[in-house]
Design a protein around this ligand. Sequence first.
Ligand code: HEM
Length: 550
Amino acid sequence: MNFLYTILINTKPSDIFQITFLTICFYILHFYYLHFTRTNPLPGPMPIPLIGTFEIFRAHIDIDAWFYKLTQKYGQNGVFELNLIGNRQIVITRAEYVNKFMTPASDQENHMKHLMRTANNGLLDLFDLDCKGVGLNHNYNFWKFNRQIFYQAIKTACYAEETCKLINNLYEEMINYWINLKKSNDDSVVVDAAAWMRRFTNDFISVVATSERTFAIKHYYQILNNEKITQEILDSEDFVECISNFFEDNQMIFIPKVLRKFPLIRGRVHKMMDTCDYLYKRLVQRIRRRRKEVEKLVNASNFDTSQLKNDLLTSMVVANTPYETTPQKNVDPSLLRPMTDDEIRGIMFDAFAAGTDTTANTFCFVLYYITHHPEVKKKLLEELRTVFKDDLTRPVTMDDLNKLRYCEAIINETSRIRPTVSMVSRYGNQADEVAGYKWPADILFIMYVRGINNNSLYWKDPEKFNPDRFYDPQEIEKQHKFGFTMFGGGLRMCLGRNLAMIEMKILLASLYRKFDVELVDMKAPLNIRTSTVTICKNLDVRIIPKAELC
Ligand code: HEM
């Protein structure tokens, strides 16, 4: 004690300065010593002590464009690295290196080594996403159970003719709104496709998940039509906007906890928390309402299970209760109990988040590329004439969908050149060999989808928009198995892939059957905001009725 006291009273301010200076120097030397002696050193931007790769933290960076630039600069050998306050992130830009993550779900042993999306040292728990839902769930048993219940509900929807009818009806309703918004002296109408598509997909996924509409397209129309703004309209608009806000900055979930109060980060963390709180509150209201409906039904004397709604929300409300019609298999015993509101909310959040912006943005990119490629539009119209003959009004059926091969090729080619989900991550929780290197546990791998999808090793003239790559059987045969991904792969592959394709194909066929679509500004580049998902901020298009209809 005396010794410490003597040191303290003899310490001058200049000594404190020197000690601080030396500590910082030591930290920097230590940081770079670790950096230069790391195993498997890979090319990448030089990290800054304490922070790592600074750009990851910048708020309004076009993160996808930055990744693309890094891929050109450092990704020549198919792999480069970033650093997030000392944690390495390995970015993969070659198809042959992603096979570990993309191989069929049956290869369980391989997948178990990197089944999670993040190291869970970020802000997932702050947003209550670490043990909830499917997409970011970090608890294996929960994730498996949730994925199974989600899969069953979505699978039913994918095979139901009802789903086609629903999309056809929503489309007709939306078109009628557009026509009503037309100025009387004009045949065409200008709409912001990005805004409409977000509301369309939101309404659609709401019916699939809950059998109830959000009426997002109707409310948006009411606003544009200058109708009286009610609380219901405001709520619906806030709900759709909040989902987009979540995706606009969702690299936040990877930012380490220790940085949450840093000036550059704090405001963004609060914004994200507000967004999540709002969405969660709205979802829990719906869940409680459904619980009450189910309770009322099962307490009635004439109850039988066929009276229950056939949707994701109801299947979760009745899961592990005597009213469950399709019990889940191989469930961890700790989960053999009814689900709590918050657990159901986690899955509902995924359904709305993953089901709204992904499909809406992909569809906007599809419109953008078709308008810039008249030869593609010509071929699309030929396909529509072959499938629908001269019938411009009959609803699109499941049977038609199988014939709309060129429509699907356009969607695939759009997603190759401008993927909506351009980064897919996997966290290695065991030592493994990836990209030709032996890695210890605790490494985050990022499959840079746009880098792979546009790599000239797998695609001739990758920058050229050419749907024939996915239409011509000879072209398809030449493709590298993992040279194109849209929905990820392996055990964590997208659960909504079939549903999204059905939705986009019906929309594409219905729209181009009756209308011509032009960009209002052909010279403007895509107006996007990128995080791990690329958001189309706005896409003004002119919708022109086909001459024969005028
Ligand atoms: C064009 C539309 C869509 C695209 C491009 C897309 C893309 C993706 C991608 C790349 C992943 C990550 C897969 C992986 O890690 O390997 C994913 C996961 C997921 N998607 Fe989609 N998706 C779309 C539509 C949908 C829809 C409509 C739904 C819901 C109805 C949905 C639900 C999910 C879920 C729940 C996951 C998480 C799966 C898991 O982690 O186990 N997606 N999606």
